[in-house]
Design a protein around this ligand. Structure first.
Ligand code: ATP
Length: 312
């Protein structure tokens, strides 16, 4: 690949991408659900990854974060092919990830919740001054919107190079959605953070973004500047997003059901979240080991149920 295709000219200087995926194939147990995704994010850029349900957006983000290993292709961080697991990307490569899970330690005060990320509490409060009066309140007593502000403030106060945000505004009031997306924009403008965000609210997200990719059935079908995407959004929604679209309530409900499996393994989730937050490896247990466990459990339960039915 030539030098010019790996870099872009910004204000007369050559800027290297923070993130570049090359022909990325991502999926589970060696089976790709994302096929050949080429995504770039430059410093100071907010990039939206849009697409219908099941398109592969979360899978892509998890693979870029290092939580899933690519089935094939490359994830390049600051022009370096990166194969390290998530905790090392958080610790050494300036990656931060925020999801709709609103990672807040419910028994810790807001101040301690901010401290645990290792960033500056002052910087966090600068982004979200509304947290100032809530510093001594336990995380569990915050509203959903405040919890997500806390999670995002904590991630951004570490001054990450690359922020990955998966549906961070899910189920929150429009005003909060604006605050969250606005903070991502501010971090991009003031800290040079590059952000790749997955959002349900396409129109709103595009207002804060520079560029967008449209993913459907595991493939990137479109790449457009955000301003152009806004003018063509009706057409894009008609062609790709409608039909498979759900109401926000249905979407949350479906995510909850999907997350049930995760709730069963709360300990595992906590370990992963701490790893994500601090860049320290909390457990060396692999997700597949949990999957095997749950698969065995499912087989055992099915057998027991069949045996019970047979007795009746
Ligand atoms: P959504 O808005 O529904 O979360 P998405 O675009 O984020 O959509 P993904 O969650 O990445 O989509 O899912 C892409 C595909 O991968 C789907 O077909 C889904 O069923 C499958 N998938 C997701 N998680 C797993 C998993 N743990 N094991 C196997 N397949 C999975």
């Amino acid at each position: 690949m030539s030098e010019t295709s790996e870099t872009t000219v910004v204000a007369g200087s050559m800027v290297k991408p923070l993130l570049e995926t090359r022909n990325l194939q991502a999926g589970y147990q060696g089976r790709a659900v994302v096929q050949g995704a080429n995504i770039t994010v430059y410093p100071g850029e907010v990039v939206c990854l849009l697409g219908p349900n099941g398109a592969g957006k979360t899978t892509t983000l998890l693979t870029i974060a290092g939580e899933l290993a690519p089935v094939d292709g490359l994830v390049m961080l600051s022009n370096v092919p990166t194969f390290t697991p998530m905790y090392q990307r958080v610790r050494d490569s300036g990656v931060a990830m925020v999801t709709e899970e609103r990672l807040v330690f419910t028994k810790m005060s807001t101040r301690d919740n901010l401290r645990i990320g290792g960033g500056s509490v002052e910087d966090a409060l600068e982004l979200f001054p509304e947290l100032q009066s809530r510093l001594t309140v336990r995380g569990g007593m915050l509203s959903g919107g405040e919890q997500q502000m806390l999670a995002l403030a904590r991630a951004l106060s570490r001054k990450p190079k690359l922020l990955l945000a998966d549906e961070l505004s899910l189920g929150l009031a429009p005003l909060i959605v604006d605050r969250l997306l606005g903070a991502v924009r501010t971090a991009a403008d003031q800290q040079g953070t590059g952000a790749l965000i997955v959002e349900q609210h396409a129109r709103k997200a595009l207002r804060y973004a520079d560029r967008m990719y449209l993913m459907a059935r595991g493939q990137i079908l479109l790449e457009l500047p955000a301003a152009e995407a806004i003018t063509r959004l009706d057409e894009i929604e008609e062609a790709y997003l409608r039909g498979t679209a759900e109401t926000e309530e249905d979407h949350i409900e479906r995510k909850r059901r999907k997350d049930k499996r995760k709730q069963w393994r709360r300990q595992r989730v906590r370990e992963r979240e701490l790893t994500r937050l601090t860049g320290n490896l909390v457990s060396t247990r692999k997700a597949e080991e949990d999957d095997n466990y749950f698969e065995l459990e499912r087989v055992r339960r099915d057998r027991a149920m069949r045996a019970r039915r047979g007795k009746r």
